[in-house]
Write a protein that binds this ligand. Structure first.
Ligand SMILES: Nc1ncnc2c1ncn2[C@@H]1O[C@H](COP(=O)(O)OP(=O)(O)OP(=O)(O)O)[C@@H](O)[C@H]1O
Length: 599
């Protein structure tokens, strides 16, 4: 795929060089320049839609903001094209960040409505703020573009647009292949898993909004120079839909998809002009047909076909067995740092007390099982100490460090990793990528380094790959490294979740019902793996119903009933504790491995 992308960029550059030469008149060149401007919007919007999975129907508003900022700064302050587009980028980025704020709370259709409202507000402000925008008459006499005092002729302006689109495509391609793009894709597939791996999802979404807004803003400034005139009716809601369609039609998430989409949706209306009254109908019908036939968009479908057609790469790199130990041990070596203590932890849901003053001490380096009948509060306990629920009262800490009140991503970065009762993998990503997302919190490279693929970025990515392969080998999945995670059998998906959690280099690993749905042989293998993990110095908190597994591996068992801790002792003691037997069997039977623990 890497070589295909290089070839793609070469062909793209060649196309951008050759096409303007084929333009026989100024009109044709202008249409091509319009495509470049739309391409810049679509490429930026692709970061939002294709990577984070969020939808904006307000891009025309941001495009207008950029156009007015560019037009006003050029006419009033004599800004050249560089300064005007920088100003437009800044203003739109600011509005993009504001627009991103609600995304922390809402998604899906609500987010779409908010972005529509934003677009409409901008359109109306452009109409009403006459002294600045010229109202419905618009802003005319925008000077022809100049760069550092040199006027840009038709072809020179074309070159500026072409270079910008090429650079935007390259930068977003680099972003996609970096920790940022990977984290964006991960958070769109499972937000809770992303948070549990230390990813700050709201910040990431804000970044995607800002990138999409900046590119719309810059495109807007270019547009004001190309048109020399702007008015509110140029930036309508239907333009927002067109920009969205460019991304979806071309292939959301693919590198060149938005460029192809922008090309088609710039030229299609032109070609369809001959159909006179049928133009809009034909336009809509064509779009419908393409979307039905190619739901992943043109390049998205092509990419999938290529993946199927190409022989599946198998990793043959030798796995360095020491890597797992080297990676995991340093973080867990100082075992005193791996103690988890909760004090009178209480969680109430309305009138229901799910967890009642639960005080539990998980000693460093031990395998500590948390059991209890259905509804006892185990999941509530796990979700609270991993930062997904806020405790009503009480506190908890790792190695003396207070964690109550911290977010799930912060808790993950402080050394607590978890798996989920219902596996939460990033299904569309490869098995290897899933584990690399886990490694990411130890990366040091920043956004600028990601955008230019700096040597540090490449070094850290290579190192993460090495660690991820070693971890996959550890859980017996190395040969599946390049498979898509969703195609793994269930038992292997559970192992992948463990490898991914280990990639964060945790001090404490929470395993939430890891044996659920596994065969007897898989459970035996899981027991061995849990012991190996504990041997590395990592404290394991195991929430489980499977009594055999608990008796086989646990050093201590804590029993919850109606949210209260009713016992905490070695397994042999707990299984004879009358209170535990009462909780499970109403006073009859005993908690032997053959007994069913989850009635
Ligand atoms: N988000 C929530 N809102 C309201 N009530 C909840 C919520 N989560 C859990 N509960 C309630 O809290 C109690 C404890 O539930 P919890 O899921 O923690 O138990 P559990 O021990 O994990 O059960 P299971 O073994 O079935 O997973 C239950 O009565 C449950 O209905």
């Amino acid at each position: 795929m890497k070589h295909l992308h290089t070839l793609g960029f070469l062909l793209f550059a060649l196309g951008l060089l050759i096409v303007p030469l084929t333009a026989s008149n100024e009109y044709e060149l202008r249409i091509f320049m319009l495509f470049l401007i739309y391409g810049i919007i679509a490429v930026g919007l692709n970061v939002l839609i294709g990577l984070t999975g969020l939808v904006s129907l307000g891009q025309a508003g941001l495009f207008a903001l950029g156009a007015y900022t560019g037009g006003i700064t050029a006419t009033r302050f004599d800004f050249d094209i560089l300064m005007a587009s920088l100003a437009a980028a800044l203003v739109s980025a600011l509005f993009g960040a504001i627009l991103a704020y609600p995304t922390v709370r809402v998604r899906g259709v609500y987010l779409a409505v908010i972005t529509i409202a934003f677009g409409l507000i901008i359109e109306n402000v452009a109409i009403e703020w006459q002294s600045l925008t010229g109202g419905t008459t618009g802003l005319s006499s925008i000077p022809s573009p100049n760069l550092l005092g040199v006027e840009l002729s038709g072809y020179a302006f074309y070159a500026v647009l072409a270079i910008t689109l090429f650079a935007a495509t390259l930068l977003t391609h680099n972003l996609k292949a970096s920790r940022y793009g990977r984290a964006m894709r991960a958070s769109s597939q499972s937000e809770i898993a992303a948070r549990a791996l230390g990813i700050n999802v709201p910040t990431l979404r804000t970044l995607a909004f800002v990138i999409a807004s900046m590119s719309a803003g810059v495109a807007g400034a270019f547009y004001s120079f190309l048109n020399a005139y702007i008015s509110p009716d140029i930036f309508t809601f239907s333009d927002s839909i067109r920009f969205l369609l460019m991304v979806i039609l071309g292939g959301a998430g693919s590198t060149f998809g938005p460029v192809v989409g922008a090309y088609l949706l710039t030229y299609l209306p032109e070609y369809l002009q001959q159909l006179a009254a049928w133009q809009t109908f034909a336009y809509g019908a064509l779009l419908l047909i393409v979307m039905f036939a190619l739901p992943q968009g043109i390049l998205g479908t092509l990419n999938s076909a290529l993946k199927r057609w190409r022989p599946h790469p198998r990793r043959s790199e030798p796995v360095d067995a020491r890597t797992v130990t080297d990676t995991l041990r340093p973080s867990a070596q100082d075992t005193s740092r791996a103690e988890l203590v909760t004090r009178a932890l209480t969680v109430k849901f309305g009138g229901l007390t799910a967890l009642a003053e639960a005080s539990i001490r998980v000693k460093p380096g031990e395998i500590h099982a948390l059991i209890g009948p259905n509804g006892a509060g185990k999941s509530t306990f796990v979700n609270t100490i991993s930062g997904f629920y806020r405790p009503t009262s009480g506190e908890f800490e790792i190695a003396g460090q207070q964690l109550s009140g911290k977010r799930s991503d912060e808790i993950s970065r402080l050394g607590m990793a978890r798996t989920f009762q219902n596996t939460e993998l990033f299904g569309d990503m490869s098995v290897l990528e899933n584990v690399i997302v886990g490694c990411q919190q130890h990366f040091g490279y920043g956004l600028a380094q990601a955008l230019v693929r700096s040597p540090r970025m490449r070094r850290e990515e290579r190192e993460a790959q090495r660690v991820a392969i070693a971890l996959l080998d550890f859980v017996g999945l190395a040969m599946h490294a390049d498979d898509e995670a969703r195609f793994l059998p269930f038992g292997l998906q559970r192992r992948l979740e463990i490898a991914r959690a280990l990639a964060t280099r945790p001090r404490i690993l929470l395993l939430d019902e890891p044996a659920a749905g596994l065969t007897t042989q898989e459970i035996d293998e899981l027991a061995t793996m849990i012991r190996q993990i504990a041997a590395l110095g990592i404290t394991v908190l195991l929430i489980e119903h499977h009594v055999e597994l608990i008796m086989a591996v646990a050093d201590t068992v804590t029993v919850l009933d109606y949210g209260q801790v009713i016992a905490s002792a070695p397994p042999s003691v707990v299984q004879r504790d009358p209170r535990v037997i009462e909780a499970y069997f109403g006073g009859q039977g005993d908690l032997q491995p053959t007994a069913k623990a989850n009635p």
